[in-house]
Design a protein around this ligand. Structure first.
Ligand SMILES: Cc1ncc(COP(=O)(O)O)c(C=O)c1O
Length: 638
C-alpha cells in the first residue's frame, strides 16, 4: 500500500527542504499539543542528515528492506512515503502507523498525530528513539523524514514504569498460579528463541517487555512453587518484590541519607532483636556465603589484634585454626581460603548422631592446636545445619570459646529465625555468648535472593578488617570536617553509616527496605506463625514416617527439615529406590524436595521455608512419596 522513494545523496537540497518542512510541521505540532519541543535544533538535525548515508531505491520499491538496512547501519534515512491515492482519507493515519510499527519494531512506544490539521497535513511524531514527521501534500504524497536516534536521548527507556510493570506484574501473577509446565517441558522452544547473536540494533522496551512476558517469565524456576522444598531457598514474598523494585528505582545504592539508607539500620536492629542477637550491630551482604566471610574476617582481625598484628594490613604470619563440624556449610572452608587462613585450617570437629558438634572433641582439637602453637581464629557453631537443621550445643561451645578467648561464630543463615518458635527457643540457649552470627532473610523470612545479614558485637572490628584506603573519588566528594558547623541538608552531604567499609561490597543495593517490608507487613508474630507452621510440617511428616510401614524416619527433625525415605520389604537397594522415586517426584512438578545422605542412607529431604508452603503440602508430599514409592518398588522387585 505504501511505497517510498528514497532520495539519493545528490538530492541534498530536496532533502533539506523536506526536512525543514518536517521540522516546521513538528514545531507546530508541539505547539498545538503542548508537547515540550525537542532540545535539538534544526541545525543539528541537518548536520546529522548531511553525514548520513542515504540509501538509494527506485521509485515504487518496498520500504521495508531498505529501512531495515538503513537502521542496521545506524544512519539517517530521509525519504518520501507515497500513499496510495485510493486510501486517502480512509484511516490513512492508522495504516501508516502500522507500516511504521512494522518498520521500526524498536520504536513502538510512539505517539501518532494525524489528519485534522487545517492545512491537510498528516503529521507523525515518534517520541522515543526516532523522530518521524510526515506532511501530506496535495499530490497525495507523504513526506517521511526519519532521523537516527535522537542524539540528546539515550536509546534506553527510563520511564513508563506504571504501564510496563503492570503488564509484567500480570504475567508474574499468572506465573504464580503455577499452572504452567516446567521450563524444560517437551517441545519447549525458549532456548532457541533466546540464544541469539549479540544484537547490534536494539528492539526497544516494548519488545523486551513482550519477550519477558512471553518467553522468559513462563520458563522461570520451580523455586517459588508451594511444593518446592529442595535445598534452602524460596521465592520472595510480594512485600519483598515490591520493596526490591522500589529500591532498584528510588535508591539503587544503600549509601547517602535517604529513607532507604535509614532502613538498612532500622531493619538490621529489628532483625537482630527478632533473632535473639539484639545486642549486636549488623551489615547486609548478598548471601550466607558472604555473611560468613565477613564474620570470619572480623574473627581473624580480632585474633591477630590480640597479638598486636593488624592482619588486614599485614597478612597472617603463623598457623591458624577454625573449628567447625563436617556439617558446617562449606562456605566456611571457602571463607578460610579467601581470608588467607587456608581451607585446611578448618578442623573437622566430630558430631553426635543428630549432626550436632561434640564439645569434647572440640576441646581436644583446641588443646592439640594450643600445644602446636596454632592461633585459634574462631569456632563455628551451627544454628540449623544445611543438611538436617541440627543446632549445635551453643552454650557448651560458647563457654569453651570464652574460656579459651576464642571467637564464637554462629551460622544461623537458615535456622536463626527458628528461635521464634517457643518450642525450639531452648535449643538456642547460649546465643548471647556469640561474637558474631549470620541470618539470611532470603531463606526463611521470604526476601528475594540477595539478602543476608552478619551481626557482630562491635562493627569497628569489621571496619578494621575490611576498610578501604580513603579515596578522593569517594569520601573526598563529601565534606567531612567533624565540626559542629558542618551542615547536612542534602542527602548527598553524607553517605550515612559506612557499610561499604564494613564488608566487601562498595556498590550494594538497598536491602534494608526489603527486610523492613517483610517484617512491617506481618510483624514478628507473622514470622513466628510461619516458622511454627514449617516446623509443624516437618514434625508431621516425621510422625507419619514413624507409623507407616513403607516409610522410615532417618532423623528426628530439629526445625523444618525432615529426612525420611520410602522402604519396601522386597527391595534391598533402598538408595536406588529412593533415588528413582525422587527423580519421578520432581518430574511431577508438584512436590520438589531434595535429597541428602543421613547415616549412609539416601534420604528425601524436604526443607520447608516458603511462605506459600502450607500444612496440606506436607500431606501431599507424603501421598506422592507413597504412591511413587509403591510404583518404583514394584518395578525393582520384579
Ligand atoms: C547454614 C548455611 N550457611 C550458609 C549458607 C550459604 O548461604 P547462601 O546460599 O545464601 O550463600 C547456607 C545455604 O544454604 C546455609 O544453609
Amino acid at each position: 500500500m505504501f511505497q517510498i522513494s528514497i532520495a539519493t545523496a545528490e538530492d541534498a537540497a530536496e532533502i533539506l527542504a523536506l526536512q525543514r518542512l518536517a521540522y516546521e510541521s513538528e514545531a507546530q505540532l508541539y505547539k498545538d499539543r503542548s508537547i515540550p519541543p525537542m532540545t535539538q535544533t534544526l541545525e543539528s538535525l541537518i548536520t546529522e542528515i548531511k553525514v548520513a548515508t542515504v540509501l538509494k531505491a527506485t521509485e515504487g520499491s518496498s520500504i521495508i528492506g531498505s529501512v531495515r538496512a538503513t537502521l542496521a547501519e545506524d544512519v539517517c534515512l530521509v525519504g518520501r512515503l507515497m500513499v496510495d491515492p485510493a486510501r486517502q482519507g480512509r484511516g490513512i493515519g492508522t495504516a501508516l502507523l502500522r507500516a511504521i510499527e512494522d518498520m521500526f519494531p524498536q520504536a513502538r512506544a510512539f505517539e501518532l498525530f494525524t489528519g485534522s490539521k487545517s492545512d491537510g497535513n498528516i503529521r507523525l511524531y515518534i517520541r522515543h528513539g526516532y523522530v518521524v514527521t510526515g506532511a501530506r501534500q496535495a499530490s497525495q504524497e507523504i513526506s517521511l523524514v526519519v532521523l537516527t536516534k535522537h542524539r540528546n536521548t539515550d536509546a534506553a527507556e527510563t520511564g513508563q514504569l506504571q504501564a510496563l510493570l503492570s503488564r509484567v506484574g500480570a504475567a508474574l501473577d499468572e506465573f504464580l498460579k503455577f499452572e504452567h509446565p516446567d521450563s524444560l517441558h517437551p517441545g519447549h522452544r525458549w532456548q532457541r528463541q533466546l540464544d541469539i547473536p549479540l544484537p547490534k540494533v536494539g528492539v526497544g522496551i516494548e519488545r523486551v517487555t513482550e519477550e519477558l512476558i512471553r518467553d522468559i517469565i513462563p520458563n522461570g524456576t520451580a523455586i517459588p512453587r508451594p511444593g518446592f522444598s529442595a535445598f534452602i531457598t524460596t521465592g520472595g514474598t510480594t512485600a519483598a518484590v515490591l520493596a526490591a523494585t522500589a529500591a532498584n528505582v528510588a535508591a539503587p545504592q544503600r549509601a547517602s541519607l535517604t529513607a532507604f539508607n535509614l532502613l538498612e539500620e532500622v531493619s538490621l536492629k529489628w532483625l537482630a532483636s527478632m533473632c535473639g542477637v539484639g545486642a549486636m550491630q549488623g551489615i547486609y551482604s548478598s548471601g550466607g556465603s558472604t555473611a560468613n566471610l565477613l564474620a570470619l574476617g572480623a574473627a581473624r582481625q580480632c585474633a591477630f589484634e590480640q597479638h598486636g598484628r593488624d592482619v588486614a594490613a599485614q597478612g597472617i604470619d603463623r598457623p591458624v585454626a577454625v573449628y567447625a563440624t563436617a556439617e558446617a556449610h562449606h562456605t566456611i572452608q571457602r571463607s578460610a581460603g579467601v581470608l588467607g587462613l587456608g581451607r585446611r585450617a578448618v578442623r573437622a570437629i566430630a558430631c553426635d548422631g543428630q549432626g550436632r558438634m561434640d564439645p569434647e572433641d572440640l576441646r581436644r582439637h583446641i588443646a592439640a592446636d594450643q600445644r602446636a602453637g596454632v592461633l585459634p581464629i574462631a569456632i563455628v557453631a551451627n544454628a540449623g545445619t544445611t543438611n538436617t537443621g541440627a543446632i549445635d550445643p551453643i552454650r557448651a561451645i560458647g563457654e569453651l570459646a570464652r574460656s579459651h578467648g576464642i571467637w564464637l561464630h554462629v551460622d544461623g543463615a537458615y535456622g536463626l529465625p527458628g528461635i521464634l518458635d517457643e518450642r525450639k527457643a531452648p535449643l538456642y540457649e547460649g546465643l548471647e555468648l556469640a561474637d558474631s552470627a549470620i541470618v539470611d532473610p532470603h531463606k526463611w523470612l521470604g526476601a528475594s535472593v540477595g539478602v543476608a545479614a552478619t551481626f557482630v558485637r562491635d562493627r569497628e572490628l569489621l571496619l578494621r578488617a575490611f576498610t578501604q584506603e580513603p579515596a578522593a573519588y569517594l569520601e573526598g566528594t563529601i565534606e567531612q570536617t567533624p565540626s559542629a558547623s558542618r551542615v547536612i541538608e542534602h542527602s548527598m552531604d553524607d553517605f550515612g553509616i559506612p557499610y561499604y567499609d564494613y564488608g566487601v561490597e562498595l556498590s550494594a543495593p538497598s536491602r534494608g527496605v526489603v527486610v523492613w517490608a517483610l517484617i512491617r507487613e506481618i510483624g514478628v508474630e507473622g514470622m513466628r506463625a510461619r516458622i511454627r507452621r514449617h516446623n509443624d510440617m516437618a514434625a508431621h511428616i516425621a510422625h507419619i514416617a514413624r507409623q507407616h510401614p513403607n516409610l522410615e524416619l532417618l532423623l528426628e527433625p530439629t526445625l523444618s527439615i525432615c529426612c525420611f525415605r520410602y522402604v519396601h520389604r522386597n527391595v534391598v537397594d533402598l538408595d536406588r529406590l529412593n533415588r528413582q522415586l525422587h527423580r519421578r517426584l520432581v518430574r511431577e512438578n508438584r512436590n520438589l524436595p531434595s535429597t541428602t545422605v543421613v547415616g549412609g542412607a539416601l534420604a528425601l529431604r524436604p526443607c520447608f521455608i516458603g511462605a506459600r508452603a502450607t500444612l496440606a503440602q506436607a500431606d501431599s508430599l507424603v501421598e506422592d512419596v507413597l504412591r511413587i514409592g509403591a510404583e518404583v518398588a514394584q518395578e525393582l522387585s520384579r
